[in-house]
Structures are given as structure tokens and as C-alpha cells.
Design a protein around this ligand. Structure first.
Ligand SMILES: [Zn+2]
Ligand SMILES: [Zn+2]
Length: 329
């Protein structure tokens, strides 16, 4: 089968022919229909994540073609998806409390185990996500990391009815976060983007106002109760803190490792909360997919043939791609 791989040198992507994966006892084998390209792919292809030699791709959708002997469902013909984490240990303190996303023994798809940038892939049956009929494979693949993270971050900062929300960065995650905030009943939504050409887009997605930042810096027309920060731009974190109203809540999504300077005085005076967000409890995945079905939330996706994966990675790296790119074998 045709497959993308992170070469042993640990840099970039190469295309190669591999054997189809061998089914394990609890696995399903899927014919991959679409596999999302994410910021983590870029970091992995830069050699920042380790584990070269594996197939990348941690959000993908496929049609089940065969199942292992220990699998009672899904069945061949079903469409299922895979997320960042699979095969939770089910016995650690987090797993037994249902907080699977905190399990430290889970496999990371495309990082510790082969992912979905290939014609076929394995998915742990108990981790497989049923894909609603109303979603195309390309759309669903683009949601299993970015949509899940966008929705979780809004829940983490209680961006519910009546709250004012700012979404910083209108990219793969941010363009969904604006729509989810609207669907969740947020009162007033402001989008912040580095690109003036995205102002109109942000408003079409549901933002009441859109602001252009410079070097990550911006000021908002009103203080907000909740901020979702997806931008890695220098100065964006400090500006996000400045944007918060008293008792405001900020969720931080960029997985950067560089230390960030932050004056604490405003946190104290305004009783602010900053929290890291990623993919939260598993039920949020289902809730997020429901938002697409019930509220018509649209993921803005561009498809790219698997054979052109290296070009797609380049475009995502240079931020020239459309909001979300998926590879289609
Ligand atoms: Zn991702
Ligand atoms: Zn566990």
C-alpha cells in the first residue's frame, strides 16, 4: 500500500510502499478515506516529536474492511475515525474515572503507532469513533483533532450562553471555535486574526466583530469572559490576558515549549484563570460532532491526493493551505 512516512532522518515526509498492516486481536483494519494534516504533523516533520519511521496522521476516517478476532463492533462497512489517543490502559486512576484523555499509557496515533496518512490503517476497536452519515469523510477527518480541541477549549472556559468570547487565530481550530461558540449560545463573539483577508470570513462564520492583530498584539472593543488562544504569535498570550474581564477565563492551545513572559498583576487583580486545553473528556467528541449535525457548523477543508502529501505539508508549514487540509488516498 502507498504510505507517507517520517524518514529515519526524522525530517520531512517521504512516500513509500509498505505491506498492509496486520490485524491485532482488538483492531479493525480500515481503508483510509481521508486523513487530516495538523500542526503536530509539521512539528513531527521538523524532527521535534521523535519516533521516525512511522506513518504520521492522527485524525483520520476509514471504512472498516476487516476486524480482529476480539472485536464485537464495529463491523466491515462501518465508517470509523481515529483520534490522537488510542488504547487507553483502562486501569490507571484517570481511566477508571472516565478521564481517558489523561491516561499516560495510551498510544498516540501517528506518533507511537502508525497513523492514517496511508491507504490502510489499524484502529483499536474500542477507540474507534463512529462517524455520522451526515458528515463526509473529508470533513470528519478534519474534526477529530482540530474540532475536538476547539470544542473542548470552549467548554474548558465555560463559553456558554450569555458569555462573551474571543477566538484568537482564525485557522484550522479557530474557524471552528467561532462557529461552535455561536452554536453554544455565546453572547458576543470577537475573532482576532493576523490576516486582514480573514476579517470577512470570521464574520461569516459567526463573529460579531473581527480584529486584525500585529505581531500577536491586539486590543478588543470590549472585555471578554472567555478567550480561546490558538495563535502562537509572540505577544498573543499577553494580549489575551489583557482582553479578559474580571473572573475571565483563558484557554491556551499552542503546544509550544518556549517559556512565555507574563506579568501576573492583572491575573491577581481580575481573578483570572489560565488553563491549557487540548482534547478533553471523550463525550465532548460526540457533542462536537452533534454541533455539526444540529447547527450546520462547516469545516473549511481542502482535499489533497495522498501522492501529493509532501506538497500539502509544505503548504501547511508555510501557512498557505486553506483552513484545514486532508489527504485522500
Ligand atoms: Zn492534531
Ligand atoms: Zn489509563
Amino acid at each position: 500500500m502507498l504510505s507517507v512516512a517520517v524518514p529515519r532522518s526524522g525530517r520531512g515526509w517521504v512516500l513509500e510502499e509498505r505491506d498492509k498492516p496486520t490485524l491485532g486481536f482488538h483492531d479493525v483494519l480500515v481503508r483510509v478515506l481521508a486523513s487530516g494534516v495538523c500542526a503536530m504533523d509539521v512539528r513531527q516533520a521538523r524532527g521535534e516529536m521523535g519516533y521516525p519511521g512511522l506513518v504520521p496522521g492522527h485524525e483520520f476516517v476509514g471504512e472498516v474492511v476487516s476486524v480482529g478476532p476480539g472485536v464485537s463492533g464495529p463491523v466491515p462497512g462501518d465508517r470509523v475515525g481515529a483520534t490522537w489517543h488510542q488504547r487507553w490502559c483502562r486501569v490507571c486512576e484517570h481511566c477508571v474515572r472516565g478521564r481517558l484523555e489523561l491516561c499516560r499509557k495510551a498510544d498516540e496515533t501517528g506518533i507511537h503507532i502508525d497513523g492514517g496518512h496511508a491507504e490502510y490503517a489499524l484502529v483499536d476497536a474500542s477507540s474507534a469513533v463512529p462517524i455520522p452519515e451526515s458528515l463526509s469523510a473529508e470533513t470528519a477527518a478534519a474534526l477529530l483533532c482540530s474540532g475536538y480541541a476547539a470544542y473542548s477549549s470552549l467548554k474548558d472556559v465555560a463559553a456558554g450562553p450569555g458569555s462573551s468570547v474571543a477566538v484568537i487565530g482564525i485557522g484550522g481550530i479557530g474557524h471552528l471555535a467561532v462557529q461552535y461558540a455561536r452554536a453554544m449560545g455565546a453572547g458576543r463573539i470577537v475573532a482576532v486574526t493576523e490576516s486582514a483577508h480573514k476579517v470577512q470570513l470570521a464574520k461569516e462564520l459567526g463573529a460579531d466583530e473581527a480584529v486584525v492583530s500585529e505581531g500577536g498584539r491586539f486590543s478588543l472593543p470590549f472585555a471578554v469572559d472567555a478567550v480561546v488562544l490558538t495563535s502562537e504569535a509572540e505577544g498573543a498570550l499577553a494580549a489575551a490576558v489583557e482582553a479578559l474581564a474580571p473572573y475571565g477565563r483563558l484557554s491556551v492551545l499552542p503546544a509550544t515549549v518556549a517559556p512565555v513572559p507574563l506579568a501576573l498583576q492583572r491575573l491577581l487583580h481580575f481573578k483570572l484563570t489560565i488553563r491549557g486545553s487540548s482534547q478533553g473528556p471523550r463525550h465532548r467528541l460526540t457533542e462536537m460532532l452533534d454541533l455539526h449535525r444540529r447547527h450546520g457548523v462547516k469545516a473549511l477543508v481542502e482535499s489533497c491526493p495522498l501522492e501529493q502529501a509532501a506538497d500539502a505539508l509544505e503548504r501547511v508549514t508555510r501557512r498557505e493551505a486553506h483552513l484545514r487540509t486532508v489527504l485522500v488516498p
